[in-house]
Design a protein around this ligand. Structure first.
Ligand SMILES: Nc1ncnc2c1ncn2[C@@H]1O[C@H](COP(=O)(O)OP(=O)(O)OP(=O)(O)O)[C@@H](O)[C@H]1O
Ligand SMILES: [Mg+2]
Length: 221
């Protein structure tokens, strides 16, 4: 059963068409990469797929057929929380929170959990080589370290779908591999991964590669 079914979503900004009707479905274990030139619409597409940005037209179905775009704000934010973990292109860490507090922050909105978010956050940060940086603030971290914190935050609540917008951008090869391997390993556990990248080698690791053609993303295979 599809975790997510994107059907003909489109978006314009200020009268300019950015994304023409794009469709794809995501099942557990799927790994889908999106590549296109800078400024052509990857982040826009991922924001719509993750229900952070409303398409102008088209449908997004979740849970085997629920029309996500017809939900009210409260139901939508609950759904978003349960379904998605986001790694934003600009990381969007909270400057006043330490690394580990940034990672545990989503737990504050999540209701009762069956695990200790602080322990899980520590595990993830250690896995990403940040054991010496748990209590640093974002301003005290390198760009690559911040990105690893952002990936840990996205995985904290064990989302069904991770959406990662250029997750290895600004990372050296070793850190990029650490982050990419963690995301792929997470998807292999029966979750799904959608990511945008300009890195050909990283794009080649996806099971499905979506490329832009006439403003729509289509499967390259
Ligand atoms: N909120 C907005 N208002 C107006 N225009 C926007 C908005 N968000 C994005 N755009 C425009 O939509 C286009 C696609 O932007 P987007 O960020 O999706 O591209 P991208 O493929 O992710 O680029 P990059 O590879 O550089 O990250 C750009 O021309 C951008 O200026
Ligand atoms: Mg982008």
């Amino acid at each position: 059963m599809a975790l997510l079914e994107v059907k003909g979503i489109a978006k314009s900004f200020d009268g300019a068409e950015i994304i023409r009707a794009t469709s794809f479905a995501v099942e557990p274990g799927d790994i889908v990469a999106f590549t296109s030139p800078s400024g052509s619409g990857k982040s826009t597409l991922l924001s719509m797929a993750g229900l952070l940005l409303t398409p102008d037209s088209g449908q997004i179905l979740v849970d085997g057929g629920v029309d996500a775009l017809s939900l009210d704000d409260k139901a939508l934010s609950r759904l978003r929380q349960r379904l998605f973990g986001f790694v934003f292109q600009s990381t969007q860490l909270v400057g006043s929170l330490r690394a580990i507090e940034n990672v545990t922050a989503p737990a504050g909105f999540a209701g009762k959990l069956d695990f200790d978010p602080v322990e899980r956050a520590k595990e993830l940060l250690v896995q990403f080589g940040l054991e010496e940086r748990l209590y640093h603030y974002p301003a005290q971290l390198s760009v690559g370290q911040k990105r690893r914190v952002a990936v840990a935050r996205a995985l904290l609540l064990n989302p069904q779908i991770v959406i990662a917008d250029e997750p290895t951008n600004d990372l050296d090869e070793e850190s990029a591999n650490t982050v990419a391997d963690a995301l792929f390993a997470y998807a292999a556990q029966g979750h799904a991964l959608l990511y945008a990248t300009h890195d050909a080698a990283l794009a080649a690791r996806a099971k499905t590669l979506m490329v832009m053609k006439d403003k729509a993303f289509v499967s390259a295979s």
